[in-house]
Design a protein around this ligand. Structure first.
Ligand SMILES: Nc1ncnc2c1ncn2[C@@H]1O[C@H](COP(=O)(O)OP(=O)(O)O)[C@@H](O)[C@H]1O
Ligand SMILES: [Mg+2]
Length: 367
């Protein structure tokens, strides 16, 4: 899995054989880097520019190299050989996400080279998880809510799961097991961007820098006016909306020249916390607890802001519910591949808005 944050690749080797103790077991987890030049190119390909088809194809090949390295590291770490692995679920790197737009169908594009990955690993690869849901009139995203239910749900009580990646997505599971889910807005994408630009660090470790800033009410109000936040589900978003020029526009509107860089960081953290908290209050009002996963759960400042806004709702990280926060999204795509190999539907029409549940993915057989 490599998400919107472009912070690298998370790979997990998962055994889905249920045991008395657990619904699934992560046998190994490895985080692999994205080479700096590849990260820059993937970021650039999020926006319209020259010769995109050629550059996108080469970026996909380079991604497959990095994915294959993570697969090799996983196999070296676990007592499992390539021949014992049923499939690799490989999402690819989203560079455009415009479902339902333009011609009414729209698209969601993940750069990926699954044939290369099958060639290099000798393992079947399942890829292209979003397009079938988009074809059925859905957003094609988020796809992780069905996995959140499989991993954390069906406890007989209502709960909510919040994934803080580049974008934040919320899953709400009611006591009867009904699931809604959607992208609430940015989680780390703008925080990372502003931090990198202002400090040179690719992210604000534990949110310590943001914690030294003072949140600005005027800038927060301007950003909170973004119409996306008020849209009802189903909805999904990405860097297509929450990009540098979106931030620039609000910095100008709120006359942010008067603020210190850390005040802007604090305000961006408050934007993530407030939009996530509003989503929880609106769509997961009955939840007994909020389980947080994704890299943003390691941002203590962000978690404190979220807890403040949601008190007295218990907010725990997914580690406390059996799956470390870094592994949830990757395990979700392993689960999606498992659903494909079983030819079981994996999409939830209540989440994506599609006409029905569909089998998601396409197979690239190793032999
Ligand atoms: N220790 C940490 N402190 C603060 N933020 C962190 C930390 N670790 C990870 N993050 C944040 O989480 C992001 C990666 O989260 P991840 O769940 O991998 O998102 P994505 O799915 O978009 O790749 C990083 O870019 C960073 O913003
Ligand atoms: Mg990531």
């Amino acid at each position: 899995m490599s998400g919107t944050s472009l912070d690298g690749i998370d790979g997990v080797l998962v055994d889905f054989t249920p045991t008395a103790e657990a619904r699934l077991r992560v046998l190994a987890h490895r985080h692999g880097p994205l080479p700096a030049a590849l990260k820059a190119e993937l970021l650039a390909l999020n926006r319209s520019s020259a010769d995109e088809i050629h550059r996108g194809a080469l970026a996909a090949n380079a991604l497959a190299r990095s994915y294959a390295d993570v697969v090799a590291a996983l196999l070296a770490a676990a007592p499992v050989s390539a021949g014992e692995v049923v499939a690799i679920g490989c999402h690819g790197q989203t560079v455009r996400h415009r479902p339902g737009e333009f011609d009414g169908v729209g698209y969601s594009i993940q750069l990926n080279a699954p044939a290369l990955l099958a060639e290099w690993t000798g393992i079947d690869v399942v890829a292209d998880f979003r397009s079938r849901d988009v074809a059925a009139g859905g957003q094609g995203a988020p796809l992780v809510p069905a996995f959140h239910q499989a991993a954390f749900g069906d406890t007989g009580r209502a709960l909510a799961v919040l994934n803080l990646g580049g974008i934040a997505n919320l899953t709400s599971i009611d006591a009867g097991g009904r699931v809604v889910g959607f992208d609430s807005g940015p989680a780390n994408a703008l925080l990372d961007l502003w931090c990198a630009e202002s400090t040179g660090a690719s992210f604000d470790a534990a949110g310590t820098w943001a914690a030294t800033g003072a949140m600005d009410a005027r800038l927060l109000a301007s950003m909170s006016d973004e119409p996306y936040f008020a849209l009802p589900a189903p909805k999904s978003t990405g860097r297509d909306l929450f990009h540098r020029s979106w931030l620039d526009r609000h910095l100008q509107l709120a006359d942010a020249g008067r603020l210190r860089a850390e005040d802007i960081q604090a305000t961006l953290a408050e934007l993530t916390a407030s939009t996530c908290a509003a989503a929880v209050r609106r769509d997961a009002a009955g939840a007994a607890e909020l389980i947080v996963c994704g890299g943003g759960s390691r941002n203590d400042d962000l978690m404190a802001r979220l807890r403040r806004r949601l008190a007295p709702l218990p907010v725990v990280d997914s580690d406390e519910r059996g799956l470390p926060a870094e592994q949830v999204e990757a395990a979700a795509f392993a689960w999606l591949a498992r659903q494909f190999t079983d030819r079981q539907p994996a999409s939830l029409p209540t989440v994506t808005g599609a006409a029905g549940a569909r089998v998601l993915g396409a197979l690239y057989p190793a032999r």
